[in-house]
Design a protein around this ligand. Structure first.
Ligand code: FE2
Length: 199
């Protein structure tokens, strides 16, 4: 069976930007729940656990249509959170560098302009979803939003960085003030994963 990756930080390390209680629930309850459901679905179908999780997107047709939707939901629920944890780090924040920095400057004008657009996209999500920075082609990046637990791999894009815009990510500490959550998120945003994987 698949297991949860360990976090690159402690729950309390994200204070005051993300509170300890939210972080603990988010990882131990929400992400773990997606993982458990994914494992159960694969067990029920006697499906192999030998693939890297990302490859399961290529095996959708092995599942009944109703189960394909479940698989997308649980799989995205695990992978999207893995990327979200990689996108924040209070101790080792890294801004875009090298080729990614160039791509951001070319696409958006500057990092600050990208951040403005990011917040605009995030605030426009109706319901639960994510904002992603994705690589769409050899030298091209885009900001996209997805609903529920959809992952950019479903659309053929490589996800590099994301913000979780489900209420469980911010509500305890910020109530309905999504902008405050997003400003706090950028205080601990970490592009080291994005820098490595854009290359
Ligand atoms: Fe979440």
């Amino acid at each position: 069976m698949y297991s949860l990756k360990s976090l690159p930080f402690l729950y309390q390390d994200l204070e005051p930007f993300i509170d300890t209680h939210t972080m603990g629930l988010h990882y131990q309850k929400h992400q773990r729940n997606y993982l458990n459901q994914l494992n159960q679905l694969l067990l029920k179908n006697a499906f192999s656990f030998s693939y890297p999780m990302e490859e399961l997107y290529h095996h959708l047709s092995s599942f009944a249509p109703k189960e394909q939707n479940q698989l997308l939901f649980y799989l995205g629920g695990v992978l999207n959170h893995d990327l979200y944890w990689q996108s924040i780090n209070p101790k080792n924040k890294e801004l875009p560098t090298g080729p990614l920095k160039e791509a951001i400057n070319q696409k958006f004008g500057s990092f600050d302009k990208m951040k403005e657009k990011w917040i605009e996209y995030a605030l426009n999500i109706k319901g639960s979803g994510y904002v992603f920075l994705v690589k769409t082609g050899k030298d091209n990046i885009e900001i996209i939003t997805t609903m529920n637990q959809d992952n950019p791999l479903q659309y053929g894009y490589l996800p590099l960085f994301c913000t979780d815009m489900w209420e469980h990510a911010y509500y305890l500490n910020n109530k309905d003030d999504k902008r405050k959550y997003l400003e706090n998120f950028f205080e601990i945003a970490n592009f080291s994963y994005a820098n490595q994987h854009y290359k």
